[in-house]
Design a protein around this ligand. Structure first.
Ligand code: SF4
Length: 457
């Protein structure tokens, strides 16, 4: 047994824990996770149900330490929303406006280039770009936007467009066909990559469940299409990320199914990179994806049962690196996002509390055994909470951001900026060592606004 697992087991035996005593089931789950075993959905339910949340956090911290040691990642970045005009009206969304409505905006290329130049002057390594599903902008607006940034700021990594936007772009380019959606998705991603797209963010996943989809974001793409977009991106050598937006009309079990589907998708990406499997999909009764396809209403047919289970939490397993992108891309990071009711159609709901946020992030670290990184997105979690999360499974805190229009925590404005010093302080307060990374998690060496990564040096 590893030292971390032995410590957890000792805690379980020596109780009492903080408040209610140690739950011995968590030590068993932690030991199995640290041995590289894939946890089943029933394990996930135990992690959600136990009153012993601190053991769940310790277990998640042990796994993140196995993967990253003491490193706590941050980056210097800029977010930019090119338009908040959207053809859809998701019930949880406070961001969208209709064309012509007060507050609606669409940025032109000159504005975007100005933002990119400003980002470079401030030392940013990444520009994160997403927007609404604008019904009238032509496809060339998006390729033009990427090309213009690429010309003005060649070293800036462009992480842009959620899977939902990619499908929308395929529709407006008139290449999306219901009976062969993959061809249209591939065409769009190919054009965007040529124009300068570097990777995909993880938004638009919400919760992979048809009931939740129909209640909260009907009209958006369903889970199978979201996963198709990311699979094709990976096949084209683009890395991507994933989110889960929780705390609205879903159940905790739905969150676990969502995580299960993501790790099966990552199995497929890692198999493409040459990783070997560790065994079977969790058995029936343990509640894994292969146990009872379709019994929870999710789309198990999206996966090939022949794809091996590949965990990265086993001792001695190396994490994938950008050097592998000639063989394919992969999911880098899971970003749990709490739902904020204010200003949305669902504002009668309370939204998740602090402990639920902590627990969901810790469970994500334990369940998503083949995702290299877990991000505590400080913009939506708050920096104070993200600090705590660095002790509960998160290894990344995101970046300096500056402008963020999607969610305004506590009524804040779109100007949501923090400094490198604040991020470093938060990471140190959590007992971790701040490490600046670029979008692909290469370590950054910096001299003022000038920077290089290990692969560039
Ligand atoms: S969540 Fe995205 S797709 Fe839905 S209304 Fe908001 S901007 Fe549009």
């Amino acid at each position: 047994m590893t030292t971390a697992a032995a410590t957890l087991e000792q805690h379980a035996r020596s109780g009492p824990g903080r408040g209610r005593g140690r739950d011995p089931r968590i030590a068993d789950i932690a030991a199995r996770a640290l041995a590289g075993e894939r946890l089943g959905l029933d394990d996930g339910e135990a992690l959600f149900a136990t009153p012993d949340i601190w053991s769940v956090c310790e277990a998640a911290d042990a796994v993140r330490t196995r993967l990253h040691g003491d490193a706590g990642y941050f980056n210097v970045n800029r977010h930019m929303n090119y338009s908040n005009v959207c053809a859809l009206s998701c019930r949880f969304c406070e961001f969208y406006r209709k064309q012509g409505e007060e507050g609606a905006y669409t940025r032109d290329t000159a504005y975007v280039v100005g933002q990119a130049r400003g980002a470079v002057e401030a030392g940013a390594t990444e520009m994160h770009i997403v927007g609404g599903l604008h019904p009238y902008l032509p496809f060339e607006y998006y390729t033009g936007l990427l090309s213009a940034i690429r010309a003005a700021a060649p070293a800036l990594h462009i992480k842009a467009f959620t899977a939902v936007e990619i499908v929308h772009l395929a529709r407006i380019a008139k290449v999306y066909k219901a009976d062969d959606r993959e061809a249209g998705i591939r065409w769009v991603l190919g054009r965007l990559k040529e124009a300068g797209l570097g990777s995909l963010p993880g938004g638009g996943a919400e919760v992979f469940d048809d009931r939740v989809h129909d209640e909260a974001f009907k009209g958006k793409i369903r889970s199978d299409v979201w996963l198709d977009v990311h699979r094709v991106a990976h096949e084209l050598g683009l890395n991507s990320n994933a989110t889960i937006l929780y705390g609205h009309v879903e159940h905790r079990r739905d969150r676990l199914v969502h995580m299960d589907m993501l790790r099966r998708a990552q199995d497929r990406a890692l198999a493409r990179l040459g990783y070997g499997g560790v065994g079977a999909v969790p058995e029936a009764g343990k509640g894994g994806l292969g146990a009872a396809p379709g019994h929870l209403g999710y789309r198990a047919e999206a996966f090939d049962d022949a794809t091996p289970v590949i965990t990265l939490t086993r001792p001695g397993v190396s994490l994938p690196t950008p050097a592998m992108n000639s063989r394919g891309g992969y999911f880098q990071t899971i970003i749990p996002l709490p739902f904020f009711p204010d200003g949305s159609d669902l504002e009668g709901l309370p939204g998740p509390g602090g402990l639920e946020n902590l627990r969901t992030l810790a469970v994500a670290r334990l369940m998503l055994d083949n995702f290299p990184h877990v991000k505590a997105f400080w913009i939506m979690q708050t920096l104070a909470m993200a600090t705590l999360m660095m002790q509960c499974g998160a290894d990344d805190i995101d970046g300096t951001v500056v402008w963020y229009d999607i969610t305004k925590v506590g009524g804040s404005s779109t100007h949501q900026e923090t400094t490198v010093a604040d991020l470093q302080r938060a990471i140190r307060e959590a007992g971790k060592v701040p490490v600046e990374r670029d979008t692909l998690y290469r370590r950054v060496a910096r001299d003022g606004a000038a920077w290089t990564t290990a692969e560039h040096r």
